[in-house]
Design a protein around this ligand. Structure first.
Ligand code: XMP
Length: 529
């Protein structure tokens, strides 16, 4: 995993109130982090192996323990350094996180006869003095719908901590002791199926932790600008523009910070979509007023990819050549010591760390060669995609850039299965352009996260006119997603699929069959390689 500088990324540098989300292995940890940010507070995901001392050093305003698949009763289940409870930092436990707080603080977690999954009614506890909603549930109806997903259940809350709500299967569905800063909920406030969930999270953040919320687009820009200036000083900086949102926003941000010290380089890898190279040059020249050099490197990329079929080898080869092309471009410029990369938070998480498996080496993170000759400036490294889009708008970038669908750094190289050749790229470019055009004509482009075509390395028999054909199939891939971490296949109407299919087969020589990929992520990934 790349350990390049993240010194220019806003957040995590002490400028912002921070909440650390301890990830106990849930698919929910990122969702929790996003919900916290939606409440205007910077959040970061950390591993349960973090020590109380390390947490104290970060001085977060609050901690959230996520849910997770383990049972607290199982040996080897992830736990947290119990000294965190002495730090006087408010803690909210969610599902497994709440059970762990109970278990580590004198409560009991039992097995219910049956677990609780899906929507359940949560009832606020009654006391002699009336309902006791506490801080988290303050202002909410006495009965509300919440989303549950648990087998174990808290039977006794932590010693001295009152329960504030229950459900049919969970006698302690919420507990809290504001003076001790201990809060727990058995349900999942971060999912949309818990209608008042964001309220619960915000009560914890604003009332429980006393955080005001200073994480917003203009403060992020101010902070990033300061950090970029501090990192690069009077040095010269290069930025690779891919045509995608991330590099465009990163470039605009760096340009805001250091103006003419920045030169952008557009490398035409030959693996771009149809006419994309000329569009990028035109759009960025017109809108951004940034010095832009364009390098036509298609021949070099095809040579480097010759004979390579293994996806990771391909990604690494493309990533490495990218850097080499930059280094060559650099030698034509004055003394450039820094390279801007539009790396995002999900890229950092997905490229693998000690707790997460490497799924793919994203070429702007894991695919970088070790002997890289630049210091990296990665101002978006702490941001999710939707935050980057908002940042782009705040920086004045037009919708045609900011609302673009994501496009992977290795381009069509990871959408051609098997060896990448100029002929296959040309075939795919034309088919891909038809797929995207038909979606645009159907008015579906904006509601779809990504839509594209994939060219696999197999051929099948068909018949056209009276002739036998033996050609490639084209796979259409279109997904809806919020952040690319999970995705669902888009329910494209049949008539749109039919238009794509007949146009592709009639207009693109070499393709005689079209298939639609109906795999969500997980278990699939969005790209095929
Ligand atoms: P996967 O295929 O992993 O993709 O589900 C998730 C999102 O990331 C994009 N992607 C990349 N973006 N460099 C990038 O900048 C890469 O190497 C890369 N690989 C995948 C993909 O298009 C999707 O939006």
């Amino acid at each position: 995993m790349n350990t390049g500088a993240d010194v220019s990324a806003p957040g995590g540098d002490g400028t912002f109130e921070t909440v650390l989300v301890v990830d106990f292995g849930a698919q929910y940890a990122q969702l929790i982090a996003r919900r916290v940010r939606e409440a205007g507070i910077y959040s970061e995901i950390v591993s349960p192996s973090i020590t109380a001392e390390e947490i104290a050093e970060r001085a977060p305003g609050g901690l959230i323990f996520s849910g997770g698949p383990a049972s607290v009763h199982v040996e080897g289940a992830p736990r947290i350094d119990t000294a965190v409870y002495d730090l006087e930092i408010p803690i909210l436990g969610i599902c497994y996180g709440a059970q762990l707080i109970a278990q580590q603080n004198g409560g009991t977690v039992g097995r219910t006869d049956k677990g609780e999954y899906g929507r359940t009614t949560l009832t606020i506890a009654e006391t002699d003095h009336g309902p006791s909603a506490g801080c988290l549930l303050d202002g909410l109806p006495l009965e509300q719908s919440v989303w549950m997903s648990h087998f174990d259940a808290i039977v006794d809350p932590p010693t001295g901590v009152p329960a504030t709500a229950s459900t049919a299967e969970a006698p302690v569905a919420a507990f809290e002791h504001p003076e001790r800063g201990l809060y727990g909920v058995q349900f999942h406030p971060e999912v949309v199926h818990t209608p008042h969930g964001q309220h619960v999270i915000e009560q914890f953040l604003h009332v429980g932790c006393g955080l005001a919320g200073n994480w917003n687009m203009s403060s992020i820009i101010d902070s990033a600008v300061d950090l970029i200036r501090a990192q690069v000083g009077t040095g010269n900086v290069m930025c690779g523009l891919s045509g995608g949102v991330d590099s465009a926003v990163a470039a605009a941000l760096v340009h805001r910070a250091i103006g003419d010290q920045l030169t952008c380089v557009f490398v035409d890898t030959g693996l771009m979509r149809l006419d994309e190279g000329s569009q990028v040059i035109e759009t960025f020249g017109r809108h951004m007023g940034i010095r832009l050099i364009s390098v036509d490197a298609g021949v070099r990329f095809f040579a480097a990819l010759e004979g390579i079929t293994e996806p990771e080898t391909k990604r690494k080869a493309i990533g490495e050549l990218f850097i080499r092309v930059f280094e060559d471009a650099k030698s034509d410029l004055d003394d450039v010591g820094f390279l801007v990369q539009g790396t995002l938070y999900p890229d950092v998480i997905e490229s693998g760390n000690e707790h997460a498996a490497t799924i793919k080496s994203h070429h702007n993170v894991g695919g970088l060669p070790d002997d890289i000759d630049f210091a990296l400036v990665e101002p978006l490294r702490s941001l999710f995609k939707d935050e980057v889009r908002k940042l782009g708008t705040e920086l004045g970038l037009p919708d045609e850039i900011v609302l673009r669908q994501p496009f992977p750094g290795p381009g069509l190289g990871v959408r051609i299965i098997g060896e990448v050749t100029p002929d296959k790229v040309s075939t795919l470019q034309h088919a891909d352009a038809i797929v995207r055009e038909e979606l645009r004509l159907a008015g579906l482009e904006r509601e779809i996260w990504q839509s594209f075509a994939v060219l696999p390395d197999i051929r099948s028999v068909g018949v056209m006119g009276d002739e036998r054909t033996y050609g490639y199939p084209l796979i259409i891939r279109a997904v809806t997603s919020e952040d690319a971490m999970t995705a669902d296949w888009a329910r494209i109407p049949y008539d749109v699929l039919e238009a794509m299919s007949s146009r592709v087969i009639n207009e693109v020589p070499g393709i005689n069959r079209v298939a639609y990929d109906i795999t969500s992520k997980p278990p699939g990934t969005i790209e095929w390689e």
